[in-house]
Design a protein around this ligand. Structure first.
Ligand SMILES: Nc1nc2c(ncn2[C@@H]2O[C@H](COP(=O)(O)OP(=O)(O)OP(=O)(O)O)[C@@H](O)[C@H]2O)c(=O)[nH]1
Ligand SMILES: [Mg+2]
Length: 218
């Protein structure tokens, strides 16, 4: 009887675990975001910004939500470290891409890297959220401006590839994904918009195609 009740209790209180990877150029604010998420959701606060240096490798943080655990992997964004990102693609349930909305000079570089993430076949069916960070700064582009800047960059890129008679690789899933891309504004430093982003992830991982695939396989 004890085992039966214990089993029932475990079943009723079990939490499903999902992995979220946080990507973006160096300096975009990924670690600041992870630490702010920890501070907002955990009893033990995350690091304060003055304790955060460039990430060489990865940082991990977990938060507990109703019947769900979100495990965040914050990966280093420096050029030489980006080539490890793909190792996390197969097992993630959502991708967050952080853009520094204040750093106009690196937007194109950001879009190029974003585009390579977007087109990685392992994560085509995985929810992807674009975060325009540093909204606390008056210099920052707004969410609308970031969206427009990306759309313009993307149109130019398509135009150039058509001119070079490249194949149109942007059809199907990828085109759909761009059309339905969600962009949200945050300040990882101040925490503005961070809960809304976590809510988005919480809802989207439940419906993720990868989760359905896993459940079918198990
Ligand atoms: N104004 C402002 N600055 C921010 C914000 N988020 C991060 N920063 C600053 O941006 C700089 C880089 O932040 P990090 O969190 O280390 O950036 P990262 O994306 O983790 O960088 P890598 O680890 O090198 O990939 C730091 O000086 C942060 O304090 C924000 O929301 N607003
Ligand atoms: Mg970092």
């Amino acid at each position: 009887m004890y085992h039966l009740l214990k089993g029932l209790h475990e079943y009723l209180t079990r939490k499903e675990e999902f992995s979220v990877i946080i990507l973006g150029l160096d300096g975009a604010g990924k670690t600041t975001l992870l630490e702010k998420i920890k501070t907002l959701y955990n009893d033990v606060p995350g690091l304060t910004p003055d304790k955060i240096g460039p990430t060489v490798g990865q940082n991990m943080g977990k938060i507990t939500l109703p019947s769900t655990i979100l495990q965040f992997w914050d990966l280093g964004g420096q050029r030489g470290i980006r080539n490890i990102w793909h190792r996390y693609y197969d097992d993630c349930h959502a991708v967050v891409f952080v853009i520094d909305a204040e750093d106009r000079e690196r937007l194109v570089e950001g879009w190029e890297v974003f585009d390579s993430v977007l087109s990685a076949p392992q994560i085509l069916g995985v929810p992807l959220l674009l975060l325009a960070n540093k909204q606390d700064s008056p210099e920052s582009l707004s969410v609308e401006e970031i969206r427009t800047d990306y759309d313009e960059w993307y149109r130019n890129r398509q135009e150039n590839s058509r001119r070079r008679y490249d194949e149109d690789e942007n059809s199907g899933d990828r085109g759909e994904r761009i059309a339905s891309l969600d962009v949200m504004g945050i300040s990882a430093l101040e925490g503005t918009g961070v809960r809304a982003a976590v809510d988005w992830l919480f809802i989207r991982v439940q419906n993720s195609r990868r989760r359905e695939d896993q459940n079918r396989g198990s």
